[in-house]
Design a protein around this ligand. Sequence first.
Ligand code: FCB
Length: 455
Amino acid sequence: MQHPHLASLFPADFLWGVSTSAYQIEGAVHEDGRGASIWDQFAATPGKVHQGQTGAVACDHYHRMPEDVALMASLGLKAYRFSIAWPRIQPEGTGAANSLGLDFYDRLVDALLAHDIVPLATLYHWDLPLALHQQGGWLNRATANHFAEYAEIVGRRLGDRVPWWLTLNEPWCAAFLGYGNGLHAPGMHNTQAAFVAGHHLLLAHGHAMQRLRATVRADAQLGIALNLNPAYPHDNSPETLRAVQEVDRFNNGWFLDPIFRGHYPEQLSADFKVAPPPILDGDMELISTPIDYLGVNYYSRSLIPLHQGTSPVGTSSATVVSDQDGHFTEMGWEIYPPGLTDLMVQLDRDYRPRKIVITENGAAFPDEWDGGDRVDDPRRSDYLAAHIQAMATALVQGVPLAGYFAWALMDNFEWAEGFSKRFGLVYVDFPTQRRIIKASGRWYAAFIQQQRAGH
Ligand code: FCB
């Protein structure tokens, strides 16, 4: 084992897990009464997803759930983060619950508990029911009210057994990639729309916090997962330092400030030259309902180059460069573990979350399977080890870290990249659906085992 000391730095009840999301792994899109989502439609639109691929089959997890849970147990995982597909629970996004859809997650939760794996459920990982999109989707304030109903249905059914909840996954992506630059479903290109969608997503979060609180077990931990990306200056000119602040407001403050401080960053809409989000009385109080923990999805940082008077974020993040000397994953994301330490320390100082859980962290590399039982992916093990080390550095500085979830359990449908980017600790041979544990999966299993043994 490479890092004997590292494992012993974490508390005994630290949650070591892996993460997935419904549309990326389940497949079975027409089964048991599931309705269509915006991702079914987006993926079916030519030119939107790599090679026209879709999540129609994905990892076929809907049919292979018991084996996948057994696989997780064989790795010794302590926790599993999954998402619930809203269109399985309410095929049209409103109205009576579809019991067959609920049954699937019920079985999943029971299977996890039977293997001593702690379930962490995300209510929304981007698969909005298409019927709601046809009524305006996240541009329609009513969608947040529908989400409240959905949260209550799920809370009532699973809340006795699921101890960890996330309302939304990465509302920044749902709002900006979905409505601002159109790289994700529903594919709209309008910055103003992104701010409207973002506000309604935050309202949905606030409603769901309250509905979950009223329906799930009293000791449940409720939170939201944000993709956070710390910004660094490439030089020390005043222009660059200003640009760094601007990028930070956009990447991080847009969602952190409303949740923890009850207001948007002052400059945010001015940076974009758009109207402020459509805030009604009581909205910000609802949005800043206290959370029990903050979920952080960390992959990389932004390094901001010298600016010549233009806004770095006005239309895209295209002017954000990466360090020439840096190392990159296949997504083109710079590998920068110190960014995780810095981010944790800053979050703790500036927002004082009660707890932080790293709800995603991982890397895509062009893995090769030998056709037998080996996939050697040393760069992924190194990536995980370096980020776990970065977490330990934050932990010893007093950051209240409670868990770490590697993205992802297995290779899956990586949104606009289709199946071309592999993030799994387990390799999936998609034609046969065979799962092969990668060397990084074995590394992680050994690390967790050592951590258990040390306590
Ligand atoms: C995050 C998403 C997750 C996965 C990773 C690579 O933005 O939450 O679904 O696609 O990126």
